[in-house]
Design a protein around this ligand. Structure first.
Ligand code: DGJ
Length: 730
C-alpha cells in the first residue's frame, strides 16, 4: 500500500510486515526517514535531527541556518558535489565540465501494477499484486530529471527500485554514476553480509561489522561474477537465522556492479548498489533517457530465514516467468562430466537409454557438438553440427533420443568465439578488442561484441537454424570467461564507457528474443558454473548451473550461500560420479542425491558405468524427487545447520505452506567412533499438529520437534546423509 500525506509531503510504502518512508522537506530535498518493521499511520521524520556541524556545508536555500546540511541527513537518492560527501548515487558531467548533481523534489505519480523497464529484467506482477510510485527529482541547472521508481509487492514484503534519468536540456550530459538504490540508515552498528568465492566455490557467506569508511564488493569482470554476488545484507549485530532485523538487497543485473556501504563520521551508514562506476560513462543527448537496472529489497524482523523465504516466494512468483514459474522442470542427464568432448552419437544415445530407464526425462548434449570443436581451442561461433562426430546432425540424433521417451537439450555459448572458427576468420572485428593491443584470451577464447546488433543478429540467426533442425526443449546458455579489452568498433571514442552495459543489454536482448520466439524452451544459465548467478539472469533463465563443482560436500556451502537470496528451484544441481572430478572426494550416492534434489535436479555421469544396485538407487531417487517435487522446490525453506559453522552436520528443511508436510535433509561431515547422540530441532511446523515420520506409527507434535528436536540416527562411513518426511495426521 502506498500512502501519500500531501500536507507533509510524506510517502509511506507499506508491505505486509514492513514500512518504508521518505519525505520531501522544506528545501525540496527528498529525505529517507525509515525502513523497518511495519508502523501504521506514521510520520517518522522526527527521527531526523540536525544541528550545526563544522565542515558540513549548508545549501543556499538554508540561508543563515547552519543546522541544515545534506552531509548529515539521510537522503533518499544522494547527490554529488553539492554538500553531501558520502557515497553519491548519481554523478553527472555537465557540458561545462562540472561533476555535480543537485536533486530537488518535483512531484510524483502513482501507477497501478508494477512498472516495467525497457530492455531490462524486473519483477513482474499480475493485476493488482503490486503498486508503483514514481518520484520525480530535478537538477534545475543541468535540466536533468531523475525518476525514482518503487514497486511495492505487499504480500511478499518486497520493494523494488529503479532509476530513470532524462535529459531535458538542450545539451548533452554524461552520466558517470547512476546507482539503482541508495539506502540510508541512522545507525552504523550493523553487520554486512556478502557472498563471495571463486570458480568452483561460489557464494560463500562472509559476515563482519561495519567499520568507519567504505566497504564494498563488486565486479569489473563484465559478469556479476563468481567472486562476489550482487546480493548483500545488513543486519543487527546479534541477528541470526531466526531473529533480528535484517535487510537484503539484490541487484537484477548480470554485469559489472558495486555494492558499497559507507559508515560516516556521525555513525550513520549508507548502502548504494548499482552498475559499477569503473569504465562507465553514458552520454545522454537532449531528450534521451537512461535506465539503471532494478534492485529489490526485503526487510525481515525475523532473522535471515524469514528474509530468504520472502525472496524465494517473490522470485518464484514474480521473477521466474511462464511456463516455468510453477511447473515441474524435467529431471535431466547431462553428458559433460561423462564424456567431455569425446563422444559419438551412439555413446550419447547409450547414456540417454540408461537414463530413460531410470525415469530421467531430458537428455542434454553439452559442449563439443558443433564446428571443429574437439577441445576448447576451436569452434565457438560456428553453431553448425560437427558432421564427423554426429553424422546426419541433430535430424538423425534427436529422434533417437525422443524414441526413448526423452526430451532433448543442447549446450551453447553464444557470446564467445574462438580464433580458430569460420566466424572469427570472417569477422575479426566482431570481438571486444582495443585497437593496437593484442587481446587477452580466457579459456583460449575471445568475447563477441554483444553491444552490436549485427553481431547478435548473426548469432541468433545461427541459433534459430539449430532450433529449427530438431525438437529442442532446453538450452544451456554458457559463458566461460571474464571480459577484457572492452572496446567496441561500433561506438565512437566518447561512448566507449557504454560498452560494458550495452554488452549486458545485448545479452538480455538475445535472451528475450529467445524467450519470446521459443517460450516452451527451458533455458539454463551458466557461466563456468555460477559466475553469473543473479536476479537479472533468472528473469530469462529460470535455473542456473550453480557451480562447476559438483562434489556434494562442497555443494553444501555453495547451495547454502545461494539459498540466502535464491530459491532451490533456481539452483542447477547434479549427481556426478565419484571420485568427484573436481576434488577427488568420494561421497555416497545417497548423499549426492539428497544434495542435488534441493536444486534443479539432474545427473551428470555415464549411467552405463553404474552397478545394478546404483541404478536401482538412482531410479528410486528420481522417483522420490518427482513425488516430493512440490515440497522440495516450492516449500518454505529453513536452514537448520550451517556447513560453515557446524562440523557435525549440515541440515535444511522444506515445509509446505499449510505446514502439514515437511522434508528434512541432513548431511554429516566427518564421522567418528562412538559419536555423541544428537537431536535436530526443526522449524516452521505447526506446534499443535501431530506428525508422522516416514509413515511410521510414532507421532511427534510440531512443538516437540521444534523445541526438543528429533533424535538423529547414528551413522557410519564418510559423509553419510539422510532425508525424512513429515506428514501431519488428523
Ligand atoms: C562450463 C560449464 O559450467 C560446464 O558445465 C560445461 O558446460 C563446460 N563449460 C563446457 O565447456
Amino acid at each position: 500500500m502506498i500512502v501519500f500525506d500531501q500536507e507533509n509531503r510524506i510517502f509511506t510504502l507499506h508491505t505486509l510486515n514492513t514500512t518504508y518512508q521518505m519525505k520531501a522537506d522544506r528545501y525540496h530535498m527528498l529525505l529517507h526517514t525509515y525502513y523497518g518493521s511495519r508502523i501504521d499511520d506514521c510520520d517518522l521524520s522526527s527521527l531526523i535531527r540536525c544541528e550545526g556541524r563544522s565542515f558540513s556545508p549548508n545549501p543556499d536555500e538554508a540561508g543563515s541556518n547552519r543546522d541544515y546540511s545534506l552531509d548529515v541527513m539521510p537522503q533518499e537518492y544522494s547527490t554529488c558535489g553539492v554538500g553531501d560527501f558520502r557515497l553519491p548515487s548519481i554523478e553527472l558531467e555537465l557540458p561545462n565540465g562540472s561533476h555535480t548533481a543537485d536533486l530537488r523534489y518535483e512531484g510524483f505519480r502513482l501507477e497501478k501494477g508494477k512498472y516495467t523497464l525497457e530492455g531490462l529484467p524486473g519483477f513482474y506482477c499480475a493485476g493488482d499484486e503490486a503498486e508503483t510510485l514514481v518520484i520525480l527529482l530535478k537538477d534545475f541547472a543541468a535540466q536533468v530529471t531523475v525518476e525514482l521508481y518503487y514497486g511495492v509487492f505487499e504480500a511478499v514484503d518486497l520493494i523494488t527500485r529503479a532509476v530513470r534519468v532524462v535529459n531535458q536540456g538542450r545539451e548533452k550530459v554524461r552520466i558517470c554514476r547512476c546507482e539503482s538504490l541508495c539506502l540510508d540508515f541512522l545507525r552504523s552498528d550493523l553487520d554486512m553480509i556478502t557472498f563471495n568465492g571463486h570458480h568452483l566455490m561460489e557464494r560463500c557467506l562472509d559476515r563482519g561489522p561495519l567499520r568507519p569508511g567504505i566497504q564494498s564488493v563488486g565486479s569489473v569482470r563484465g559478469t556479476s561474477s563468481h567472486q562476489h554476488n550482487p546480493f548483500v545484507m545488513l543486519c543487527d549485530r546479534d541477528a541470526d537465522e531466526d531473529m533480528g532485523l535484517c535487510y537484503g538487497v539484490m541487484l537484477l543485473y548480470s554485469g559489472n556492479f558495486e555494492a558499497a556501504v559507507e559508515c560516516s563520521q556521525y555513525e550513520n551508514s549508507r548502502l548504494v548498489m548499482g552498475i559499477h562506476p569503473y569504465h562507465f560513462c553514458w552520454t545522454l543527448n537532449s531528450g534521451e533517457a537512461f535506465t539503471a537496472p532494478e534492485a529489490a529489497m526485503v526487510c525481515s524482523t525475523g532473522g535471515f530465514g524469514q528474509m530468504s523465504r520472502q525472496y524465494h516466494r517473490a522470485i518464484r512468483a514474480h521473477l521466474i516467468r511462464d511456463p516455468y514459474n510453477g511447473r515441474r522442470k524435467p529431471v535431466l542427464v547431462n553428458n559433460w562430466e561423462a564424456t567431455y568432448f569425446d563422444f559419438t552419437a551412439d555413446s550419447l544415445v547409450g547414456i540417454a537409454r540408461e537414463a530413460a530407464a531410470l525415469g530421467i526425462e531430458l537428455f542434454v548434449m553439452d559442449d563439443g557438438w558443433f564446428g571443429s570443436r574437439n577441445d576448447d581451442n576451436s569452434g565457438l561461433g560456428d553453431w553448425q553440427v560437427n558432421q564427423k562426430k554426429l553424422p546426419g546432425g541433430l535430424k538423425a540424433l534427436v529422434p533417437r533420443i525422443k524414441a526413448l521417451g526423452m526430451k532433448f537439450g543442447i549446450w551453447m555459448e553464444p557470446e564467445m568465439v574462438n580464433e580458430d572458427s569460420d566466424l572469427y576468420r570472417a569477422h575479426p572485428d566482431w570481438v571486444l578488442h582495443v585497437p593496437g593491443r593484442a587481446p587477452s584470451r580466457g579459456r583460449g577464447q575471445l568475447v563477441l561484441d554483444f553491444s552490436r546488433e549485427d553481431v547478435r543478429d548473426c548469432i541468433y540467426g545461427q541459433m534459430k537454424e539449430v532450433l529449427a533442425s530438431a525438437e529442442i526443449s532446453y538450452i544451456k546458455w554458457d559463458m566461460n570467461r571474464s571480459l577484457t579489452d572492452v572496446w567496441s568498433a561500433g561506438l565512437p571514442a566518447r561512448q566507449q564507457g557504454e560498452v560494458y552495459h550495452r554488452y549486458v543489454l545485448g545479452v538480455y536482448d538475445l535472451l528475450e528474443r529467445l524467450h519470446h520466439d521459443y517460450p516452451h524452451i527451458l533455458i539454463e544459465g551458466c557461466c563456468g558454473g555460477g559466475g553469473r548467478f543473479d536476479g537479472g539472469m533468472l528473469y530469462y533463465t529460470p535455473q542456473i548451473w550453480c557451480s562447476d563443482d559438483s562434489d556434494a560436500i562442497d555443494r553444501l556451502r555453495i547451495q547454502y550461500g545461494t539459498s540466502f537470496c535464491y530459491p532451490v528451484c533456481t539452483m542447477g544441481a547434479h549427481v556426478s560420479a565419484v571420485p568427484n572430478e573436481q576434488n577427488g572426494r568420494v561421497t555416497p550416492l545417497k548423499t549426492r542425491g539428497i544434495v542435488a534434489m534441493s536444486g534443479a535436479f539432474g545427473y551428470e555421469m555415464d549411467l552405463g558405468k553404474c552397478t545394478a544396485e546404483e541404478k536401482r538407487e538412482i531410479g528410486s531417487q528420481v522417483e522420490s524427487f518427482k513425488t516430493h517435487y512440490e515440497l522440495l522446490h516450492h516449500g518454505d525453506y529453513y536452514r537448520l545447520g550451517s556447513p560453515f559453522q557446524d562440523n557435525a552436520y549440515t541440515a535444511w528443511e522444506q515445509v509446505s505452506p499449510d505446514r502439514r508436510e515437511a522434508i528434512v535433509n541432513v548431511v554429516l561431515g566427518c564421522t567418528h567412533a562412538a559419536p555423541p547422540f544428537r537431536t535436530l530441532r526443526l522449524k516452521g511446523l505447526h506446534p499443535a499438529y501431530q506428525y508422522q515420520i516416514d509413515g511410521s506409527d510414532a507421532l511427534y507434535s510440531g512443538e516437540t520437534l521444534m523445541k526438543a528436536g528429533y533424535p538423529l540416527p547414528q551413522m557410519q562411513g564418510d559423509y553419510p546423509a539422510f532425508q525424512f518426511c513429515l506428514k501431519a495426521v488428523g
